[in-house]
Design a binder for this molecule. Structure first.
Ligand SMILES: [Zn+2]
Length: 361
């Protein structure tokens, strides 16, 4: 029997559901069909009525989903958490971290934004897309603002956890499959996409290492400057983790496909973060890879984590056939994933849902 349904039937509360990943992953769970968990991102948090939320979460519960990564702030969560709990679904709050487009509080502090190597603030010049407005991870005021926001979320009663998204730098290099879309050949790090060169970041780095990255002939080749930026994000994530864990909530993050690619493209050293589980977005088409990249990418992440935490392979439902869905699930399993997460609910038509339902049975 499906364990989630079992827990629901015997009437155990959320504590048992929350504890289940740790009970079952301690004994090679990834090979156990029953433990392969399905997650779904469900967005447009504040724009939906309670009835719409209830209908969508009910459908996911009936399809055998384990949990949802739900959009919306504190007020929306107060509505959605009880619904998810009544259906036996885990619910984690989906939160954007460093990229904060149109954020009123941040915009009142223009100095909070990340600065590119060619000197532009991400508030004024948006790299790649209009919704790209990145904050600087080194400024104490930015860190305090982000952490307080996560504390407010983590204090929502009954919530299972917080899931971090955009917890990284702006893409210094885009995955290969996206170059044509932006008419770019990114065979090296370009100054307009390379962050953060604000006074705070450069000053902090200089105090530690004795030189300013802007004085280097080619900052992209400097190992210490790269490491400084991996650490800036890692330190912030680990501070968030401490606060979230103090409130008895889980912390997870959606990250780039593999630890190596995540470092190279967006300076995420996610295998070093204090997370409870991780969602690598192995969107193979973005990387101009075949579908087998779902398996090999998953394997890389599983090996890097070395059993320290569950890994749920994230997949993008756009431009996928029902057959693709079935193959993605098989590839994620073959790579050793503990489950799969789909982005997003709006792309789950009946045909795709039927495939997932059949796989679960
Ligand atoms: Zn900075």
């Amino acid at each position: 029997m499906d364990k989630r349904k079992f827990i629901k039937q015997v009437g155990l509360g959320s504590a048992a559901i929350m504890a289940s990943p740790f009970i079952f992953t301690s004994c090679d769970s990834s090979s156990d069909e029953e433990d392969f968990k399905m997650w779904m991102w469900v967005g447009n948090g504040a724009d939906k009525t309670e009835t719409e939320w209830r209908n969508q979460l009910t459908r996911l519960s009936e399809l055998g989903f384990y949990g949802v990564l739900a959009g919306g702030g504190v007020e929306t969560l107060k509505m959605t958490v009880p619904i998810a709990k009544s259906l036996g679904l885990e619910i984690h709050s989906w939160q954007w971290v460093m990229n904060r487009p149109g954020n009123k509080e941040a915009m009142a502090h223009p100095e909070w934004y990340a600065v590119s190597r060619d000197g532009n603030s991400s508030l004024d010049v948006n790299p790649y897309a209009g919704y790209y407005q990145w904050l600087c991870p080194s400024k104490p005021e930015v860190q305090d603002y982000i952490i307080q926001g996560m504390i407010d979320i983590a204090e929502v009663e009954g919530l299972n956890g917080v899931q971090l998204d955009y917890v990284r730098y702006c893409d210094v290099i885009l995955p290969r499959g996206l170059w044509e879309k932006y008419d770019l050949v990114q065979d090296h790090e370009m100054p307009q996409f390379d962050f953060c060169y604000c006074d705070t970041c450069r000053g902090k780095f200089k105090a530690e290492q004795g030189y300013d990255p802007l004085d280097l002939d080619d900052p992209s080749q400097d190992e210490k400057w790269r490491q400084f930026r991996y650490d800036s994000i890692t330190n912030l994530v680990n501070r968030i983790a401490k606060e979230v864990h103090q409130r008895d909530k889980k912390l997870s993050a959606s990250v780039f496909a593999t630890p190596n690619l995540a470092r190279k493209f967006v300076r995420q050293a996610w295998d070093k973060w204090d997370l409870d589980f991780v969602f690598p977005m192995i969107y193979y088409q973005f990387y101009a890879e075949e579908i087998d990249f779902v398996r090999t990418g998953t394997m890389e992440g599983v090996e890097a984590l070395a059993g320290s935490k569950p890994l749920y392979t994230a997949q993008y439902l756009s431009e996928k056939t029902s057959e693709d869905i079935a193959i993605m699930v098989e590839k994620a399993k073959a790579g050793g994933a503990n489950g799969i997460a789909f982005y997003d609910y709006g792309l789950l038509n009946d045909e795709k849902a039927e495939v997932l339902s059949a796989l679960k049975k």
